[in-house]
Design a protein around this ligand. Structure first.
Ligand code: NAG
Ligand code: NAG
Length: 226
């Protein structure tokens, strides 16, 4: 073997070694299987209009939570988040997830560069592989945390890192996630989304498959009837 071939061989063996070490834990597998999909709060908006007693209405929000494999972070568990508020894109993020020794799931938030004229739901899986990020470094104070309430119920907190006036102590949103739904309570009137006394209630309209590379060789059962 000449030296060029040898170094190519070494580089390839090293990248295979890294890839082989990337094995999805049951905890993260369950998390990604449950909290994954295209969601909307349309049903709640209908109730808001009928229920004059409640007197506070919610914005119309749709959200994509989609596990994706991206070129910029091939060794991490990444998810694409796209939120539209009344039809206008409000957040486009890549979240990098990891799990600590107590089973708490940590998400680091990165901003995606929004292409000019981007329409909600425009990005397909293939477009996300090379998605462009504003910065490759997450802000530590914007970390998202999730933990388990029951084996198919997740609770979490999500800092509001886009409202500029709240930069120093981002107001959190409080999340509860089940197999088919999630709720998000806006804990502060200063967030972009309308503050309402009841949490936002989202129903899953569509589920996404986990990236094929993530599920190869694993066989976990999700505690949900999808
Ligand atoms: C991405 O994964 C690598 C390898 O497991 C890890 O060292 C790194 O901290 C992860 N990055 C983030 C932002 O979690
Ligand atoms: C996966 O697990 C289920 C339930 O434990 C079992 O019935 C099935 O045979 C397994 N499949 C594979 C491919 O190992």
């Amino acid at each position: 073997m000449n030296s060029l071939k040898l170094s190519l061989f070494l580089i390839l063996s090293c990248s295979f070694a890294t890839f082989a070490e990337k094995v999805l834990s049951e905890n993260l597998y369950t998390f990604f299987s449950i909290f994954n999909g295209y969601y909307s709060n349309k049903v709640q908006r209908v109730v808001d209009e009928l229920d004059a007693e409640v007197e506070d209405e919610h914005d119309g929000i749709s959200v994509i939570w989609r596990p994706v494999e991206i070129a910029a972070f091939p060794d991490n568990w990444t998810l694409y988040l796209e939120q539209s508020v009344n039809g206008v894109i409000n957040r486009m993020n890549i979240l990098i997830y990891s799990e600590d020794e107590f089973g708490v799931i940590h998400g680091q938030v990165l901003n995606v560069k929004q292409p000019i004229d981007y329409k909600p739901k425009q990005y397909e899986y293939a477009d996300l592989t090379n998605v462009e990020l504003e910065s490759p470094t997450p802000q530590p104070e914007c970390e998202v945390l999730f933990t388990w309430l029951e084996k198919n119920v997740i609770v979490g907190s999500y800092p509001d890192c886009i409202s500029k006036n709240n930069r120093r102590t981002p107001a959190p949103y409080s999340f509860t996630v089940t197999c088919q739904t999630f709720t998000a309570f806006v804990c502060s009137p200063s967030t972009f989304e309308i503050f309402a006394r009841l949490p936002y209630i989202f129903y899953k309209k569509r589920r996404y498959e986990l990236p094929a590379q993530w599920t190869e060789g694993i066989n976990f059962t999700v505690p949900c009837n999808f």
